[in-house]
Ligand binder design. Sequence first.
Ligand SMILES: NC(=O)CC[C@H](N)C(=O)O
Length: 246
Amino acid sequence: MSDVDVVLLLPEVLGTYGDAGNAAVLAARLRWRGIGARVVTVGWADAVPADGDLYVLGGGEDAAQVLAADRLRDSIGLRRALGRDAPTLAVCAGLQVLGHWFTVADGSRVAGLGVLDVETRPGGGPRRIGDVLADPLVPGLAGPLAGFENHGGVTTLGPGAAPLARVRGAGAGNGTADRAEGVVGGGIVGTYLHGPVLARNPALADLLLTRAVGELPPLQVPDGIPTTTAARLGPVTPDVRRRAGA
Ligand SMILES: NC(=O)CC[C@H](N)C(=O)O
C-alpha cells in the first residue's frame, strides 16, 4: 500500500491557531500503527491534489480566510476531493470557508465553496474565546470533545448539515441557541475547536482515519505519552470542568 497522503491546505493563511498540527497528528497516528503516511503541504502557489486521502483546513483571521476562500473556490482538485466525500477536517475559518458564505468584520459577505450547508454571520457581542467541552452527536465518539475557540462568526446549519456535538456548560461552539458545536456533512467534519483539536481528541483523529483507510490496527502508545498528556491537561481540565458543571 502506498503512503496515506494527508493534504494540509494553505497553512500560510490558515495557520494562525496552530491547526497544521492536525495534519501532523493524523500522519503520526498512522505511522505509529505501521502505516506509511506523509503530510502533503499545499502552499499558496500549489495546485490542490484531487487524490489525497485526507484534507485538513485550519483557522485564520477574517482577512486570511477571505484570501483562502478566493484561492480555494475555483480549485478543481479540492472540488473533486470534496465531491467524492474525501475525509476532511475544517477548523473555524476553514469551516466557514467551506460553507455557502460568511460575513467579515466590515460587514461584507464573502462566497465560500458551498460544499457545507452552513452560513456564517457576525455574532455581535464579545468575541467567543475560551475553552469548550462538547458532547459528540456522531457515532464513533464516546467522551466529550475538548478544545479552545476564538471566533467572531456565528454559524447556522441548513438541512443538509448536522451538528458535530452539543456544547456543555460555558462555551459558544457555533454560537447558535441550540448550542451546536461544529458540523458534519459529506466527508467533512467541521469544528470551532483549536488545540490542535486532533491532539486533544485522538478519537476524532481515529474517526477520520478510519474513514480514509478502514479499520485501524490497535495503537501502541509510546511510553510516556499518557503521562505527558495528563500533565499538559492538568492546569486546564479543572477549570473547564468547573465552567461546564461537569
Ligand atoms: N479562529 C478562527 O479561525 C476565526 C475565524 C473567523 N475569522 C471568525 O472570527 O469568526
